[in-house]
Design a protein around this ligand. Structure first.
Ligand SMILES: [Zn+2]
Length: 338
């Protein structure tokens, strides 16, 4: 069974021989950038560098998938945000919010596919597809609708808007959801196997679970209905309080971070509707501890029944290469020893 089939079968709830070990969140590290010569910030915009760096997560670090891009700013940039492109060890960030201080709702642009770095993303998708020839899953990331809304109107306007101007926020979320659907379908049509939408700002660390239910869940349901392919939700923080409604949105997989401490219970809440992905601490264990510590934590995830073994969040740029390799090693040992 090749790596692509294994991941797809797993997420589509068919029997698999082994738990896939990969990352649905960002995979680039400084070590991989040095080894490939594809460095940040250029690799965020240069298609060949993006391809090289994305492939290195599989070819060098051993992850059983290829995940790109390495930032959360592509849609925001296409819709008018200025972007600070960061540095070799700093991710790009949003430098302006074009819809702060207005009550305007933008229209989904007809030329979305031609804007900003979206053409780069589509080119990278096609190049990756040629490279992996169907053997390794291609996992494309794009921000979720809540994060995109926060980028465009500013995070504080977004959070305050829930209380002061809920109708406006709802309409803006409709717009962002349409943009996300359009971009996700484009990525899938160009050859991505899976799309993953990190959307931490919709989690209970920032918005009340009741608001998740009334504001976000309907948008996720629409996203999942309209996107023609496999969809994964990634949310940072302790999302215990929204796991149940999140599992009713239509995502094939839900990626959680290490703040979900009881994976067995989380899996029960998901009830088989979505597969559980996670959750070795990316900012703690993988970044700061040893190869063996990562292995121990990974084994714990497998014992608790995780469906896909993965870092809990984006891999930090300074993470040692051997700590990424440790994920697949842990999975292999788990099956050898039983
Ligand atoms: Zn995260």
């Amino acid at each position: 069974m090749n790596l692509r089939d294994r991941l797809i079968d797993c997420l589509e709830r068919r029997e698999v021989d082994k738990v896939p070990a990969l990352s649905v969140t960002q995979t680039a590290t400084v070590e991989l950038m040095r080894m490939t010569g594809a460095e940040w910030p250029e690799a965020h915009s240069d298609p060949e560098k993006m391809v090289k760096l994305a492939l290195s997560g599989h070819e060098i670090a051993g992850l059983e998938g290829v995940r790109y891009p390495f930032c959360l700013t592509i849609l925001a940039e296409a819709l008018g945000c200025e972007i600070n492109m960061g540095a070799m060890d700093i991710q790009p960030s949003i430098a302006s919010n074009p819809y702060s201080g207005t009550s305007e709702i933008p229209e989904v642009p007809d030329d979305l596919v031609d804007r900003g770095r979206i053409p780069v993303m589509l080119e990278v998708t096609e190049l990756l597809k040629k490279e992996v020839v169907g053997n390794v899953p291609i996992i494309a990331g794009l921000v979720g609708p809540a994060t995109l809304t926060a980028h465009l109107m500013g995070t504080s306007n977004f959070l305050i808007g829930f209380l002061k101007n809920p109708e406006y926020v709802k309409k803006f979320l409709d717009f962002s959801t349409e943009v996300c659907i359009k971009h996700a379908n484009n990525l899938l049509e160009h050859g991505a196997d899976v799309v993953c939408i990190p959307d931490g700002i919709a989690g209970p660390d920032l918005i009340d679970p009741d608001m998740f239910e009334s504001f976000i869940k309907p948008k996720y349901q629409k996203f999942c209905r309209d996107v023609k392919g496999i969809k994964i939700s990634h949310m940072c923080g302790d999302i215990d309080a929204i796991l149940e409604p999140l599992s009713r949105c239509g995502f094939e997989g839900i990626s959680v971070e290490e703040k979900i401490t009881n994976l067995r219970a989380a899996k029960e809440i998901l009830g088989g509707r979505s597969k559980l992905i996670g959750n070795v601490s990316a900012s703690g264990t993988m970044l700061m501890h040893s190869y063996d510590d990562v292995k121990i934590e990974a084994r714990g995830c497998l014992e608790e029944g995780v469906d896909v073994l993965a870092p809990g969040c984006g891999i930090a740029p300074d993470t040692p290469l051997k700590n990424i390799k440790s994920l697949v090693d842990a999975r292999d040992e788990y099956y050898q020893k039983g």
